[in-house]
Design a protein around this ligand. Sequence first.
Ligand code: GAP
Length: 489
Amino acid sequence: MSNSDTTRVQSVAQSPEKVMNKLVSLAKRRGFIYPSSEIYGGLSSCFDYGPLGSEMKKNIKDLWWTTMTRGHSNIVGIDASIMMNPTVWEASGHVSSFNDPMIDDKTTKRRYRADHLIENHIEKLRRDGRDDDAHRVSTYYERASDSENQNKAFYDIIIAEEIKAPDTGSSDWTEVRQFNLMFQCNMGALADSSGTVYLRPETAQGIFVNFHNVRESNRMKVPFGIAQIGKAFRNEIVKGNFIFRMVEFEQMEMQYFVKPGTQEEAFETWRQKRFDWYTESLGISRDKLHWYRHDKLAHYADLAYDIKFAFPFGVEEIEGIHSRTDFDLKQHQEFSGKNMEYIDQVTNERYIPYVVETSAGCDRLFLALLCDAYTEDVIDGEERVMMRFSSAIAPVKAAVLPLMKKGEMGEKASQLHNDLAKKHLVQYDAAGSIGKRYRRQDEIGTPFCFTVDHETLDTDTVTVRYRDSAKQERLAIDRVQDFLQGNIV
Ligand code: GAP
């Protein structure tokens, strides 16, 4: 066994912009994420997952799905349609309440979130050491947020504080208006409002409207959960920070139906379980995760916490845990005319269940994992970039590297690769120096490299090299499959 001299350096000391630029560039260069329709100049806030990105995203979703469904005998999964009867969105409150306060600049024709302009202004006052002013504006802002006439109150603050557009410096403002985040499209031949359907802004409603279908077809008894992974769409005006805020993204949601009065206990249980998943199953550093309790609640919730991650650009939400009460089922009962009650077969009690929701963003989690894994260190005097993914998430589980590509060495390596590739995504790389090949694998987070060398021909052993420590040891070639299986957790 040989020990390499490894020193970890740098990554913490770099500016957030620099880290993000490096991540975006690595993600494109190595096939994790590309800008969407790039040859046409791209499309704002839309991205494509490349070969490694789509593998890694699938690993994240598989892990979530397995944890939620296989790990809980009372949770089952569904895959509901993206487009639904438009009345669903009236019942859920999204048509009337899923709005952001927007303000336009008449000169540049650009649109901004009014609340974000004010929040950034308060932040800037703080950074400039003007704490009294920051406090004064923040007090106005809190009052404005709660006021009946929120739009006018936000507008007044923007004008009084002479707040300018952050990117252009212009301030030729319109009034503040509420802007609905749902994408509308037309179904069928008619282009009038009778054919209007929405792209779902959350996957949750597909679960609520299927409450009785799932309960009856699978003989589910309260408490039980329904899990779903799927695309959601929001016409977000605030864009940027790579895949953090997209207009088309994937959610991993679970709605847990409980007896009224037991929701607080269920909420606490799920709050803890979901936090532990990030540290224990995904290996995210504990100190990068934070809790945030909402003061201002969405129209459906009576209690809400976010799990936030310390991204290079700030501490931001990756998952919401919401106590949704009986709001959604009651609304669907009213709008559909169908009874949404549950009848307890033992006690004969009838009630509309309360719901505890866990709602994670798959793309945001992907970005958090990229940020958490990015490491620069020096190994044997040479700098390297390494993605320290957990083996469960890493897109490529191992690489087989023959010291020489031809002859018996090449044949043994090809054979080993073919065997391993039946169960795992394993790369075969015979190009360039062995050091360069290790670096290529480190950069995409491959946990293990198996090197077929001269000794392999004499002893039928290979070298296994561990990504993080760069330590190497020898392993019998017929034990490699078991080794890999046992080390991918
Ligand atoms: N059903 C509840 C719900 O949708 P949410 O807090 O609006 O709650 C849940 O969204 C999660 O979905 C967020 O924590 C985030 O990870 C993800 N998400 C929301 N909007 C997103 C966007 N524009 N881009 C990427 N992910 C988003």
